[in-house]
Design a protein around this ligand. Sequence first.
Ligand code: MLT
Ligand code: ZN
Length: 457
Amino acid sequence: MSPSPDVLCRELQATVGPTHVLVDPDMRAGYETDWTGRFHGASRLVVRPGTTHEVAAVVRICAAHNAAIVTQGGNTGLVGGGVPRNHEVIVSTARLTRCDAVDTAASQVTVGSGVTLAAARNHARAVALDLAIDFASRDSATIGGAVATNAGGSRVIRFGTMRAQVAGIEAVLANGEIIGSLSGLPKETIGLHLPSLLCGSEGTLAIITAVRLKLVPWYRHTATALVGLPSLAAALDLLPALRRELAQLDSIELLMPSAMSLVCEHLQRTCPIPVDAGAYLLIECAGNSDQHDELMRVLALHAPTNATAVATDETARGRLLELRDNVTTAINHRGVPLKLDVALPLGVLSQTTADIEALINRLAPKSTLINFGHLAEGNLHLNTLNAGSADATITDQVLQMVIARGGAISAEHGIGIAKTHWLVAQRGAAEVDALRSLKASLDPHKMLNPGVLLPEA
Ligand code: MLT
Ligand code: ZN
């Protein structure tokens, strides 16, 4: 039987200080609902440890009281993995904000898991280095959350996902033991690679407290172009030339017309491209010298259209990026979306997108579908508004279609609680059993993020 919350609360207060244990419902509220408003639940309390040792002590106290934990970073997750479901204790990483001196020789830095992407980036830029990962919620999303979900964003085409940026990790296990290494040796073959194991584990195997990050050069010259193309198929046709001929290609972001018109309306701006397009690409090249001429040369050769807006200075670039960065906010402003973050092989992306659109129109004729994403990875963000009771059917049929066509039910947001039901179809029963065994050996009492990632047996 659980003891009264007061005992747990008092012990936590004695460990982290009374001001870092939030019990009052008003104080907890911001931690109990996700960014979209779709996922929410009441927590027992919120605790905000300030060091790795405090995290370890918090975990031991929770374990002693049989109180399950949900770890939360910036609360920008989109699949319900970071908000409570069943009166869990929320362990917020907000105070784990160590920012060590950048090791410029190794091009690495150690940061606390609660450091935001923007703060880590600015820290690296102070010594002319940069973070390889970037996405719109950079001011709130944390490094720990990005590792836990193996986040991607816009620069994956060049640098890979978060998994590829992690050189070391420190974490607290469900029994309160601290594990990992932050020495960041690029070469070591001493068994399983713990950072790889924890990337994408969504808080179910351990609480990540610090990360040793690989950094990349901070390129001072970025050329940005917004190109309108007749269709998604035409955008895909451009991909080989962009990859082949642009040595400094940094990102290829996709906005379908529904996303472009929504964000323009939200920002009260007119679309920088005057003609209607079937798909918009925001293409960036970044390097140590001016990239503009090279980007324009390749676009003139392979996408000869007057539907191109080019940024020639940082202000103009900011105006173009603003369109991409504000799509999620614009959607949330309209209502609570059904969000499906999927990846498809490029060869079937265009046809499958059309098939998904037709499917959703059929299942929920009054709904609005807003699509955008990251083209090079075949990563589509499908956002359906006003689908009403069709939400569950849409989710099931879209995810089944994605699996059948060789895609992934989650490209970068994770499984959370939103997609556990489709994990076996995606990964196979044997693989899910293996993941379950791993979970059971590291967290036998289901203390860490219960219900997330793995479907109930
Ligand atoms: C993005 O690419 O902007 C993010 O993945 C957020 C989203 O899908 O809403
Ligand atoms: Zn995305």
